[in-house]
Design a protein around this ligand. Structure first.
Ligand code: PGA
Length: 251
């Protein structure tokens, strides 16, 4: 059976003291009773600290928000997947719309990062999603299909089992506008069908597909009750321990 997952993407937020108290509060408030895998994704500089703080918490995993598309070497300012593995990071977020649009990451860049992550035994949270024009013109299914066909759907079966997918409509990220549960379920079902067509139903049934985009305690229950929504990738609401733990508890 696929896992229920709630991941907090802290983006470029929080100073050292704020990270310390946020992690402490999440670990204090979170009970592992509901079998939800919790993933925390701090900025690079805090990863080692957060890995250590969460070491004795079985249901808590750590994701990096990015990695270099290159192996180790002369790439000033970059962080490699092998470095992330060496400090105990578990996942890398790849394909977030902010990386695609602000940092011009193409599918080619994403594929290199996917290769780096997999070669270094890291799992991946792979993001996809349409912008508002693509939503309004009705081409959103084609857009998502292309994003996946040119990346993770090219992988082999074993590699795909290391991938968690996050559907994040760009028009809902940080805007306060959430996709309705019906809109989100439509896409999640569609993504699961694409996986099933390529890899079969067993693999598609075992792939966790998260929703992201203004997910908060007031809408998480409704979203997570949909049959193909297996949790969330949470931005803004993951910076407040009470909101984040409320979202974890909304299954
Ligand atoms: P948001 O961000 O929850 O603040 O909309 C989600 C994300 O970008 O992962």
């Amino acid at each position: 059976m696929r896992k229920k997952i709630v991941a907090g993407n802290w983006k470029m937020n929080l100073n050292y003291d704020e990270v310390t108290s946020l992690v402490d509060e999440i670990l204090r408030l979170h009970s592992s009773d509901n079998n939800v895998e919790v993933i925390l994704s701090p900025p690079f500089i805090y990863l080692d600290k957060v890995v250590r703080s969460c070491a004795n918490h079985d249901h808590v995993f750590i994701a990096s928000q990015n990695c270099s598309e290159y192996n180790n070497g002369a790439y000033t300012g970059e962080i490699s997947a092998s470095m992330l593995n060496s400090i105990g990071v578990n996942y890398i977020i790849i394909g977030h719309s902010e990386r695609r649009s602000i940092f011009n990451e193409s599918n080619e860049n994403l594929n290199l990062k996917i290769t780096q992550a997999l070669q270094n035994n890291l799992k991946i949270i792979f993001c996809c999603g349409e912008n508002i024009d693509q939503r309004e013109s009705g081409e959103y299914l084609q857009v998502i299909k292309k994003q996946l066909e040119e990346t993770i759907l090219c992988l082999d079966q074993k590699s795909l089992s290391k991938i968690v997918i996050a559907y994040e409509p760009i028009w809902a990220i940080g805007t306060g506008k959430t996709a309705s549960s019906v809109q989100a379920q439509e896409i999640h079902f569609f993504i699961r069908s694409l996986i099933s067509d390529k890899f079969g139903t067993e693999i598609s049934n075992n792939t966790s597909i998260l929703y992201g985009g203004s997910c908060k305690p007031t809408n998480s229950k409704e979203l997570f009750s949909q049959s193909d929504i297996d949790g969330g990738l949470i931005g803004g609401a993951s910076l407040k321990s009470s909101d984040f733990t409320a979202i974890i508890n909304s299954f």
